[in-house]
Design a protein around this ligand. Structure first.
Ligand SMILES: C[S@@+](CC[C@H](N)C(=O)[O-])C[C@H]1O[C@@H](n2cnc3c(N)ncnc32)[C@H](O)[C@@H]1O
Length: 254
């Protein structure tokens, strides 16, 4: 994957300033906001989860290790990074639903940390979708290794797929996003979800962690943002940074 192709896609998806901000340290980016954010995120994802469960989720994947720089649709494929278990649990605890009636879908599931956390909430089924085969392979290995209480792998479906092509299952859903895509991809995902809801009305909740492209969801007439504890917290006072906040949107038919 040529560097110029990735840079051109990044300028299209995020603009020039954000692209400069995302450049690695060696490129002497004049800006540091995103670099500091990443460093803090890397620290907060090293929260003892892997040591407790025998998994490998904390290590960030970029570049060749990750597999892809630009999707077939011409969009930047964001690096793999994850958040702290505390932030994921806070978001799931805040949902006004009974998980046993819902399928949990992590779009851009990476190495599967939110899927493994969600498994303990009793969701009917768990679906992880990621464009990177390396991530899906790691997620599969993590789910197999997870302990001490094993995860029933027959409840989990993992797919190597571009989120823009993903067909949502007809179940009531919790759709989890951890800032995985640029705004244009979030827009296509929401359009697909709206089509699916028009065909098969059902309850859908979106948990959007670090919701940088939340405007794409707010514009949808199908979804209403609800205030939750995950919106206001975690705050710096809880030791978790702002970008681990989640926005929750709900759709209920009728
Ligand atoms: C920030 S990571 C989040 C991983 C996981 N949800 C978590 O919270 O641990 C974003 C993930 O989105 C994936 N991704 C980026 N663009 C994608 C796309 N168009 N379709 C599917 N996955 C994508 C990346 O490969 C990466 O693993």
């Amino acid at each position: 994957m040529g560097v110029f192709k990735v840079l051109a896609a990044s300028v299209r998806d995020f603009g020039l300033v954000d692209t400069l901000d995302r450049l690695p340290l060696w490129a002497l980016s004049p800006l540091t906001r995103s670099r500091l954010r990443r460093r803090k995120l890397a620290q907060s994802s090293q929260d003892g989860f892997d040591e407790a469960h025998g998994t490998d989720t904390a290590a960030i994947l970029v570049g060749r290790e990750h597999g892809l720089g630009v999707s077939d649709g011409g969009h930047v494929v964001s690096r793999y990074e994850t958040s702290s278990e505390t932030a994921i649990r806070l978001a799931l605890d805040s949902l006004p639903i009974d998980p046993s009636g819902f399928t949990f879908v992590d779009l851009g599931c990476g190495k599967g940390k939110p899927l493994m956390v969600a498994a303990s909430y009793g969701f009917r089924r768990l679906v992880g979708v990621d464009i990177s085969p390396v991530c899906i392979q790691a997620a599969r290995r993590n789910i197999e290794r997870y302990g001490p209480e094993p995860i029933d792998a027959s409840r989990v479906e993992l797919r190597v797929e571009d989120a823009e092509d993903f067909e949502f299952p007809d179940d009531p859903l919790v759709v989890y996003l951890f800032n995985p895509f640029p705004q244009s991809v979030v827009e296509s995902v929401i359009a697909k979800l709206e089509e699916s809801l028009s065909r098969t009305p059902r309850e859908v909740t979106i948990v959007y962690m670090n919701p940088t492209a939340a405007a794409a969801v707010r514009r949808s007439a199908f979804f209403r943002r609800i205030p939750t504890i995950a919106d206001r917290m975690p705050s710096a006072a809880d030791g978790l940074p702002r970008y681990q906040r989640a926005a929750v949107f709900v759709h209920a038919p009728g």
